[in-house]
Design a protein around this ligand. Structure first.
Ligand code: HEC
Length: 143
């Protein structure tokens, strides 16, 4: 009897958590549209040695300090309390298509923008090179 009540409460608890986390994921329409646009973007730069090399040069200059030489998010230059994303683990937090990764780099990640917007500082073709380079760091784990 008592066990039944405890289990019942457990189920309610799980349902409550599931409901809250779903509500938390609901995005305003504008953000949804922006993500759809990001997804629809096609990578115009073929992945080849030249693009990957160019991406590496840009990454080394602007990104390595935070994301680390291997993209693991362990760069020594990250400001205190900033936790750069691991770019080669199994999950993309902000979308996994080339277009979404491009948009993450170009627009940054709000609201805090610890991951800054690089719009205007890195030209679009070089952002695509970055996408190709980041993917080359992890040919199997992240797709
Ligand atoms: C000041 C440190 C810092 C620098 C420099 C930086 N980033 Fe980031 N980056 C972050 C942080 C922090 C996050 C996690 C943002 C979040 O999820 O809130 C992030 C997230 C990302 C993501 C999203 C990963 C995912 O799982 O979706 C990509 C892609 C990325 N950065 C690429 C780059 C590239 C390319 C550069 C160089 C042009 C760069 N970053 C420079 C701190 C940095």
């Amino acid at each position: 009897m008592a066990r039944g009540i405890v289990m019942g409460l457990g189920v309610i608890g799980v349902l409550a958590i599931a409901t809250v986390s779903q509500a938390g994921q609901a995005k305003p329409a504008a953000a949804g549209a922006a993500q759809a646009a990001a997804k629809a973007l096609k990578n115009p730069v073929p992945t080849n040695a030249a693009s990957v090399e160019a991406g590496k040069a840009t990454f080394t200059k602007y990104c390595r300090s935070c994301h680390g030489a291997e993209g693991k998010g362990d760069g020594p230059g990250a400001p205190k309390d900033v936790h750069p994303a691991n770019l080669i683990d199994a999950k993309w937090d902000h979308g996994s298509t080339d277009g979404e990764i491009f948009t993450t780099i170009k627009a940054g990640v709000g609201p805090k923008f610890d991951m800054d917007s690089w719009d205007g500082r890195i030209k679009d073709p070089d952002i695509w090179n970055l996408v190709n380079y980041i993917r080359s760091l992890s040919p199997t784990a992240k797709k």
